[in-house]
Design a protein around this ligand. Structure first.
Ligand code: SAM
Ligand code: SF4
Length: 515
């Protein structure tokens, strides 16, 4: 069986009964070369892609043969009409979640309707992550699955690949997966135009990184969850030897102070009680000498905004002012995600992390002095090229020294084009598996201990969603623990809770009184 043809033009050669069953000549492009196919199709409605193909066959293999008659409007409309519904699926980091929300807002502003059902949408936007190989491969398997499942429902959705895989692979995705639109993370404000171009059968690829940031071209924020994301900084100039971000997201750029404050106010007007400021290195944010702590101090003045968070930070950008903000600004939550990657100075050097184990630990001491109850989080990579058992033991001892409230840990994944991918002494998969298991056991132990230590504490919980059980609500404590409770309250409420029980990944709370 050959691959399903990509239809670029179609033309009826006659009508047979019933009235909506048509015999079509389709000109299709399918490797290895363009061919003319005879198709017998039945139109199943006015939705794009709802023409059901009943039979196909090669009529002529002459790629230069031009069809003379104009396309049948009904079938042209069915196959090529612009999409009416869309679904955005975001993979990876919180910055992608933010970008996915903004793409959704863009498409809504164009008159399209969002649907939760990815297989019923006319347009599926896959907002992708390139950080590890598995994340990239997932995109290709998802494209196949969407085509298959949508096809069963009679659909033929337009597929747009956005995000870091789009940036890194560009036209290769069109070649490999025959998607309709490819758009990089700095160009997604052009998505409506790209979708229109794809609807006309034109090439629709944009992986530019314009100097003029996309944010000024996006529609205003209208409907947001109680805890909302706000991207303030993008890109990275640090070039850790394992990481693709500097290549896929580009150079470190900060959004202007005033634009961020305006967006924060709009988020609060739209219902947000908590804002998490986002950036690949969010604490590197600056605007003419003002640092992240100045921005947080300004957001602190917004009435109706109860909580401020920020992520992800780099140890080298942890300024004194930001540490002091944890002491001075009540709305700034007692939580810090500060990736370290390894506890071995030798590996940190090979990673080009530009911080040492000792420097990192001293930094955390100063943060704890400023805010003794702060919950700490980090990122770790095991199996970086050349990592010995002794290097790994240093990572375990750093974990013991810090006592993280939660953390993310990954097996090293070689990324094409990064210096580490071609370093000698790549670590065997089974060694990586073993180290990851041991690291995660230590991190899980510490997370459980942190959760257990909060039993008996009273704190405010921002309710974010319903739980699976009848009447159950789930929210976040100031220390970013998931708190489950049953009670008479609504999503978006900030409620006073006593933590009564602790699990490995969440805690149970009982409502005390409204704040
Ligand atoms: N900028 C932050 C920092 O350096 O502290 C981290 C941002 S990065 C997008 C998120 C995490 O992905 C990193 O902290 C690292 O642990 C992980 N990561 C990045 N590249 C990786 C790779 N090639 N293999 C495995 N994990 C990787
Ligand atoms: Fe990647 Fe973070 Fe290193 Fe930048 S600082 S290269 S985003 S891991």
């Amino acid at each position: 069986m050959r691959e399903a043809p990509q239809i670029t033009r179609q033309e009826p050669v006659g009508t047979i009964t019933p009235i909506n069953t048509l015999l079509l000549l389709l000109r299709v492009s399918a490797p290895p070369r363009e061919q003319i196919f005879l198709l017998h199709a039945r139109q199943k409605g006015s939705r794009r892609g709802r023409a059901e193909i009943l039979e196909t066959g090669v009529l002529s293999a002459n790629p230069n043969r031009h069809l003379s008659r104009p396309p049948c409007p009904a079938i042209a409309a069915a196959m090529n009409a612009p999409p009416k519904t869309f679904h955005v699926k975001s993979f990876g980091c919180q910055m992608n979640v933010y970008d996915g929300d903004r793409m959704g807002e863009l498409m809504t502003a164009q008159g399209l309707t969002a649907t939760d059902d990815q297989f019923a949408a006319d347009l599926v936007i896959l907002n992708t992550c390139h950080i590890r190989e598995r994340a990239t491969e997932k995109v290709y398997s998802d494209i196949g699955r969407i085509r298959k499942e949508s096809g069963k429902l009679g659909g033929n959705p337009m597929i747009a690949v956005a995000g870091c895989v789009a940036q890194a692979e560009g036209a290769e995705i069109v070649r490999r997966a025959k998607v309709d639109v490819v758009v990089g993370p700095q160009a997604y404000h052009n998505l409506p135009d790209l979708v229109a171009r794809a609807s006309r059968g034109e090439a629709a690829l944009d992986t530019d990184m314009p100097v003029d940031m996309k944010f000024g071209h996006l529609p205003a924020r209208r409907r947001v969850p109680p805890s909302a994301f706000l991207t303030v900084q993008e890109g990275c100039d640090k070039f850790c030897t394992y990481c693709v971000v500097p290549y896929t997201r580009g150079a470190e750029v900060s959004r202007p102070f005033a634009a961020i404050v305006d967006e924060a106010k709009a988020l609060v007007d739209a219902g947000a009680k908590e804002i998490t400021l986002l950036g690949q290195n969010v604490n590197a944010w600056d605007d003419e000498g003002r640092g992240l702590h100045d921005l947080i101090a300004e957001l602190d003045r917004i009435e109706g905004l109860a909580r401020i968070r920020y992520t992800t930070s780099h140890p080298n950008d942890m300024a004194d002012g930001l540490i002091a903000a944890h002491r001075d600004i009540e709305k700034l939550m007692p939580f810090l995600h500060l990736p370290v990657q390894s506890g071995s100075d030798r590996i940190l050097k090979a990673m080009n992390r530009s911080h040492s184990r000792g420097g990192y630990l001293r930094l955390l001491e100063r943060v704890r002095e400023a805010r003794p109850d702060i919950a700490l989080s980090g990122d770790f990579i095991v199996g970086f090229p050349g990592e010995t058992e002794a290097d790994f033991a240093e990572t375990l001892s750093l974990v013991d020294a810090v006592g993280y409230a939660q953390a993310y840990s990954f097996k090293y994944s070689p990324r094409p084009g990064t210096p580490a991918a071609t370093m000698p002494d790549q670590i065997a998969p089974e060694v990586m598996d073993d180290r990851l298991q041991r690291l995660q056991a230590a991190l899980n132990r510490d997370q459980s201990a942190f959760n257990a230590s909060s039993v008996g504490k009273r704190c405010a919980v921002l309710l974010e969603r319903k739980g699976k059980l009848e009447g159950q609500l789930i929210g976040k404590s100031p220390w970013l623990q998931s708190v489950h409770l049953v009670g008479d309250a609504a999503i978006g409420d900030l409620v006073e809770v006593e933590i009564v029980e602790a699990g490995a990944n969440s805690v149970m709370g009982e409502r005390v009184a409204p704040i």
